[in-house]
Design a protein around this ligand. Structure first.
Ligand SMILES: Cc1cc2nc3c(=O)[nH]c(=O)nc-3n(C[C@H](O)[C@H](O)[C@H](O)COP(=O)(O)O)c2cc1C
Length: 418
């Protein structure tokens, strides 16, 4: 199959999309493709709530349990390097296949080589993700140290626009960028706006996910990079003011669904939650469908969620060969399932012992062995009341907005005119 250029996308989009519709579109693809065709990318609406891409956390197993709990949350994959997709062509299912229940699901790609990004997108397109996202926010030395990759890409908006153009040209679904509000000393609001303006003008990108703190590439750890640089939500809200035709999702430091709703009330188009959706899995995701989407929640208890997850776990245990996925990998997504509940620490100790017990060979037997330390009241109660968030999180954000951005049009060739 020929790889498509950005120009092809604009001239062929409807033909290509119609063909896809008839062949393999899922319900969510249909929604997105129709959104693309009928409404134009400008009117694309980002998900109200999404779970952030998190390496080694938001794997297939985590996403399975997350989807059992919430039907409406959008789920991002871990970042997958374009090179991995290209070099693992014979083994792609292991990296890209997902159960259809996991829709809506977004693939996040990382990369710094346009050919590989194009090829990776084309290969991934066959798997039917609902959106493709480019990582421009990861400060990890492993990623950022290897040339221009992750957060470093924010310093090269021209490359990002080229990358986004080739991604858009090789997929049927919407595309987005996830970035920080700056990098090292390039942390002024104006520099952030220059990045957004150039990327959105030079490529079809209309949706940006803004992790509202800068990245520091001076060697501090990724974990510190999610803690030390201060959150500046005022930059996020100023982007809404200064780029009314674009769509922005806010991310960073939002700890519960009450705070998600506070961000939405303040005008956010969408909210992405990372650590809270993993470390406090149940209390976060069990409220999303009703409190964010106004839809009935699943009504499941924790025990019922585990019963469903067990069926999945026992079906996939060892199926990749070499004993993968193993019990640890399948149980790891549950590390935040009993967060702050009685029995939580004891359950973790029992789980550590059970991993070493050769007689425990199924997820069912793992649960039988370990769940005895969790009180029935925890396992069988419906989700508790919506916990209150911090009242002051966005309280003064409108008063802190930086001065409006003044577009430097002379530096940019507008994409639509090129
Ligand atoms: C363990 C871990 C892995 C992460 N991996 C990625 C990643 O692959 N791609 C990415 O864009 N961000 C990654 N992030 C950052 C999150 O997506 C998110 O931007 C960050 O945690 C801030 O959101 P939060 O405060 O809600 O956690 C990771 C975060 C964590 C905790």
């Amino acid at each position: 199959m020929r790889r498509l250029s950005a120009l092809d996308l604009f001239s062929n989009n409807s033909i290509k999309s119609r063909r896809t519709l008839s062949v393999c579109a899922t319900k969510h693809q249909l929604h997105n493709i129709n959104t693309h065709i009928k409404m134009g990318a400008e009117q694309y609406r980002p998900p109200l709530f999404s779970v952030a891409p998190m390496m080694e956390w938001t794997d297939k197993h985590y996403r399975t349990v997350a989807r059992i709990i919430s039907k409406h949350a959008w789920l991002y994959t871990e970042m997958l390097a374009a090179e991995t997709i290209v070099y693992q062509q014979g083994n792609l299912d292991r990296f890209l296949a997902f159960p259809s229940e996991q829709h809506p699901i977004v693939l996040q790609i990382g990369g710094n080589n346009l050919d590989n990004i194009a090829k990776a997108t084309q290969l991934a397109n066959a798997y039917g993700f609902d959106e493709i996202n480019l990582n421009c926010g990861c400060p990890s030395a492993k990623v950022a140290g290897h040339g221009c990759f992750g957060a470093r890409l924010m310093l090269d908006p021209k490359f990002v626009s080229e990358a986004m153009s080739v991604i858009a040209a090789n997929t049927d679904v919407p595309v987005s960028v996830k970035c920080r509000i700056g990098v090292d000393d390039h942390d002024s609001y104006n520099e952030l706006c220059d990045f957004i303006y150039k990327v959105s003008s030079l490529s079809p990108t209309k949706h940006f996910i803004i992790h509202s703190r800068k990245a520091m590439l001076n060697g501090i750890s990724p974990a510190d990079n999610r803690r030390i640089p201060p959150l500046k939500y005022e930059y996020y809200y100023a982007l809404l003011r200064d780029f009314p035709d674009l769509r922005f999702t806010i991310n960073g430091g939002i700890d519960c669904v009450d705070e998600v709703n506070a961000a939405l009330r303040e005008g956010a188009h969408g909210v992405m939650v990372g650590r809270a959706a993993y470390n406090n899995l149940w209390n976060t995701l069990a409220h999303v469908d009703s409190a964010v989407y106004g839809e009935p929640s699943s009504g499941l208890t924790r025990r019922q969620v585990l019963e469903q997850y067990q069926v999945y776990g026992d079906a996939v245990l060892g199926t990749y060969g070499n004993n993968r996925p193993n019990m640890r990998e399948l149980i790891r997504p549950l590390s935040g399932f009993f967060y702050s509940e009685p029995g939580n620490s004891l359950w973790k100790r029992k789980a550590d012992a059970a991993f070493l017990n050769k007689n425990i060979t199924t997820v069912k037997s793992f649960f039988e062995e370990t769940l005895v330390v969790i009180p029935d009241a925890v396992l069988d109660s419906p989700v508790a009341e919506l916990p209150s968030g911090r009242k002051d999180l966005f309280a003064n954000v409108r008063g802190l907005l930086p001065p409006p951005y003044e577009t430097r049009t002379e530096e940019v060739v507008v994409y639509a005119q090129s």
